[in-house]
Write a protein that binds this ligand. Structure first.
Ligand code: NAD
Length: 355
């Protein structure tokens, strides 16, 4: 099916991308290309060893490491990282990790104006976007700005071989959610749509192989390629119901990011499939049912299926539905509080969507 549109805006893709095994070795060269020579290397505590090793390889180009990146980019962590950036006399940042570490790199870059080389090691898909979600005083706020987008993104397949299987599966479904929403976004263009469909096919075909053998380099490379496609598509379109609900449940109930996306996706996609023909090619990819097919893939790959298992209560669902209705945003299918509550109930129980 062609992705022709009678009218569209293609904004271009600004980010330079290096993809493949061993590309981590190119970080120093990329920093030089950007005209810098003092990089602060960022990681989470569990990936501190990888950050130290990268800093050692970079030699004089490394100004130091900051290894405290945390989920949802807490502002107090960013403030400590900014102090480390100043003290080290850094002139750019390198984030090595998943969405949390890349989020910290974005938070520093948008505050200082510095360049950011992101080395992405999960499939969450923050690296190609101009989106930054930050938390302060228990509240999560999200904004978009061109200064948030990293200048260079490096995808080294070798770095993903150690991503734990459970996290890999959830993270891949998190990526798939970007592709699904990019297809029906009001500002979708043929490039984001082509990328999204290619990504969903790659994820469909690769996830079961990866779940069988997490150290399969070929499957890892394909999944990382899928993640790049999804992240790129998300970076150029507006988000709708799925991301809104994931944001509410993750932000207001402190639920884990990847799990929340993975569980919600079959339900939000199935719901929206009833309101747009933009998901018809996804139905073709997934055996005739968008929500049902995505749910089958999630189940077969060992992904979490029930919001109840994350510790959410039915009373939480009432509140989540209420919060989700507070701000208006575009969605291909109109909905009211009852629709959202029903959708959340199905995701809480983990039932297979019919649509
Ligand atoms: P994460 O970055 O918190 O990573 C989870 C854990 O896995 C961390 O301990 C991390 O160090 C570890 N890890 C990551 N890659 C690894 C690897 N290859 N090997 C071993 N361990 C590894 O989780 P995530 O799901 O990647 O990202 C979630 C965060 O990203 C959330 O804060 C979310 O809001 C944000 N996000 C933002 C955007 C955006 O466009 N702004 C998009 C997607 C996600």
């Amino acid at each position: 099916m062609t992705q022709f549109q009678p009218g569209f805006l293609f904004p271009g893709i600004e980010t330079r991308v290096l993809f493949g095994q061993g590309t981590l070795a190119k970080v120093g060269e990329e920093i030089g290309r950007l005209g810098h020579g003092r990089a602060l290397v960022l990681t989470t505590p569990p990936q501190a060893g990888d950050g130290e090793a990268l800093a050692k390889d970079l030699g004089d180009i490394a100004a130091g490491t900051f290894t405290e990146a945390a989920m949802h980019t807490p502002v107090e962590v960013t403030e400590r990282a900014l102090a480390a950036y100043e003290t080290a006399g850094a002139d750019c940042v390198v984030s090595l990790g998943g969405g949390s570490t890349i989020g910290l790199g974005k938070a520093i870059a948008t505050r200082t104006g510095c360049d950011h080389v992101a080395v992405s090691t999960s499939y969450a898909g923050s690296e190609m976007t101009d989106i930054l979600g930050e938390t302060q005083g228990g509240e999560k706020t999200t904004r978009r700005d061109p200064s948030i987008r990293p200048e260079v993104v490096i995808y080294d397949v070798d770095l993903t071989l150690g991503l734990p299987l459970e996290m890999s599966v959830k993270s891949a479904l998190n990526a798939a959610a970007h592709a699904v929403e990019a297809l029906y976004a009001p500002d979708a263009n043929p490039v984001t749509s082509l990328m999204s469909l290619e990504a969903l096919e790659v994820i469909r075909d690769t996830l079961p192989a990866l779940a069988e053998n997490p150290r399969d380099v070929e499957a890892r490379a394909r999944m990382l390629y899928g993640a790049w496609l999804c992240s790129t598509a998300l970076g150029y379109v507006a988000m709708s119901l799925h991301h809104k609900l994931a944001h509410v449940i993750g932000g207001s109930f402190d639920m884990p990011h990847a799990d929340t996306h993975a569980i919600l996706l079959p339900h939000t996609a199935g719901f929206n499939a009833g309101g747009t023909d933009k998901l018809a090619p996804v139905a073709d990819l997934f055996g005739g049912s968008v929500g049902g097919g995505l749910w089958d893939l999630a189940k077969r790959s060992g992904a979490p299926l029930r919001l109840a298992d994350l510790g959410l209560t039915e009373a939480d669902l009432d509140r989540a539905a209420e919060i989700a209705l507070k701000n208006k945003y575009e969605n291909p299918r109109p909905f009211d509080e009852r629709d959202i509550r029903e959708l959340l109930q199905a995701a809480w129980e983990g039932t297979r969507p019919a649509n």
